[in-house]
Write a protein that binds this ligand. Sequence first.
Ligand SMILES: NC(=O)c1ccc[n+]([C@@H]2O[C@H](COP(=O)([O-])OP(=O)(O)OC[C@H]3O[C@@H](n4cnc5c(N)ncnc54)[C@H](O)[C@@H]3O)[C@@H](O)[C@H]2O)c1
Length: 332
Amino acid sequence: MKKIDVLVTGGAGYIGSHAVVELYNSGYRPIIVDNFSNSSIKNIEGIEQIINNKVVFHEFDCTDEDQMNELFKIESNIEAVIHFAAFKAVEESVREPKKYYCNNIGSLEVLLKTMKRYKVNNIIFSSSCTVYGSPDILPVSELAPFKKAESPYGETKQLCEKLIDKSDINSISLRYFNPVGSHETCLIGDCSADKPNNLVPIICEVASGKRDSMQIFGNDYNTIDGTCVRDYIHVVDLAKAHVAALNHILNSKKIKTAYNIGVGKGVSVQEVVDSFEQINDIKISYKIGPRRAGDVEEIYSDNSKINKELKWFPIMSFGSALKTAWIWEKNK
Ligand SMILES: NC(=O)c1ccc[n+]([C@@H]2O[C@H](COP(=O)([O-])OP(=O)(O)OC[C@H]3O[C@@H](n4cnc5c(N)ncnc54)[C@H](O)[C@@H]3O)[C@@H](O)[C@H]2O)c1
């Protein structure tokens, strides 16, 4: 049977590469487009080793209309797009907001225009729990309002969701909580060029000696141990959520919706550090520092909508995420 073509923008990146593997394993033909602004050919090679096959790949920039036109001309059977391509470093977005508006919103605008021109009607968008800001009710559900964004990065995610809502194509926005870990082979992972901003990659850098020590920002929050609480989702579970969303969108006549992708349970920063030490049998040097501006005290997902509607459930353990994250760091 002929495979369905799915364009995966940012498919050489951390989450995109995992999604490409799961799409391939589920019988789709993923077509990667990436400009390598924050990834490496290592992930393409890793994907090919995992699937034991070549993967279709185009080095184009999603903000370039001519290049996107050319891409849709070459790949004329695309039925859906999964749009991962974006910049994601929250702190950098505060320093260089324009870079984030241009790339994150610009790439979506060009993509929507090109999709319309080539009559491709389905998009799955990489959104984030950052759209909720600091939510009033926990666990946070998809019905929670968008609060004032904490950063230009967060603003781009809110604006992109709104742009997609206004378009007349079928769409599913997936609001990721905190992706962690790597594929069991540890052949693909986060190849970010810049310094990591996320907790687990920072812990890995301390473990490897790239950093001497790390700071926990505040231990006086109103949480179980005083440190901030987040919802950590294994990247392989997250990748599988894209397959579930794709199956759903391709079988729907008209759809515009959003799903939270999280485990539905909060884990504190202190618990993450302690678990990492225990699982990987390694000591992490850290200090407790003051609170950091812009940090949300506690956020974790209500994932019941996707459980019910798409029958997607997270199954990977937090321990395996911490193990594979560490192996990926050592292999980098
Ligand atoms: N990692 C997280 O913690 C997290 C959390 C919530 C949401 N997200 C979103 O998920 C998506 C993927 O995140 P990730 O962690 O895999 O990031 P990543 O940086 O590893 O992957 C993004 C990929 O997009 C590519 N890219 C960026 N701009 C491009 C452009 N204009 N044209 C072509 N390719 C381009 C990069 O080279 C990279 O390979 C992003 O949209 C991000 O905002 C990530």
